[in-house]
Design a binder for this molecule. Structure first.
Ligand code: FES
Length: 183
């Protein structure tokens, strides 16, 4: 991962290094936003775009946003850490969402959550070291009839017992291995 560029008085140099870490379309969006009266209100929209592109907000990207938008870096990181939606670390290849909504909770989502955390060795909001899985929680996936429910990427599983949760993880691990062998 590249580092946050060292500060310098040479604006052209700073701008060039910032443009390098962001896609052209986002740089253009930032430039456009600066012409608006309340350019700072654009910050959240900019961060959404950066996250949509990279999957998370790295330090060097937040630094680039701050420089190009003319907003203090502390303000950019403040907004990024304040909103739960923004992620400051990379996500795994597969996103596992355990539903903690009422229907799922009543049917044992707590045991399911514990099993997932034990199996993966991470807590909610974290990613495994091999970058394979990120574990997240959600409030009702709209499939309460299947409670307790987990969603892996776009696929919903339910009802899922803790034992079945382990098998689902195994399935994804095997898939990843099979793909790696085909390469
Ligand atoms: S509460 Fe889990 S799907 Fe509705």
């Amino acid at each position: 991962m590249s580092q946050v560029p060292a500060s310098t008085d040479n604006w052209a140099e700073v701008k060039a290094s910032c443009v390098e870490v962001l896609p052209e379309a986002i740089v253009a969006f930032i430039e456009e936003g600066k012409r608006l009266e309340h350019s700072e209100s654009q910050l959240i929209a900019i961060l959404h775009k950066v996250q949509a592109h990279f999957g998370y907000l790295a330090k060097e990207q937040m630094f680039a946003v701050a420089q190009l938008a003319g907003i203090p870096y502390a303000k950019v990181t403040g907004v990024a850490t304040f909103y739960h939606y923004f992620r400051l670390t990379p996500r795994g290849k597969h996103i596992i969402n355990v539903c903690l909504g009422t229907a799922c909770y009543v049917k044992g989502a707590d045991k399911l959550s514990q099993r997932m955390m034990d199996e993966l060795g991470i807590q909610f909001g974290e990613t495994t070291k091999d970058q394979m899985f990120s574990l997240e929680s959600t409030r009702c996936l709209g499939t309460c009839g299947l409670a307790p429910v987990i969603m892996v990427d776009e696929q919903v599983f339910g009802p899922v017992s803790p034992q079945e949760a382990s098998l689902i993880l195994e399935k994804y691990l095997k898939k990843g291995k099979a793909k790696a062998e085909v390469k």
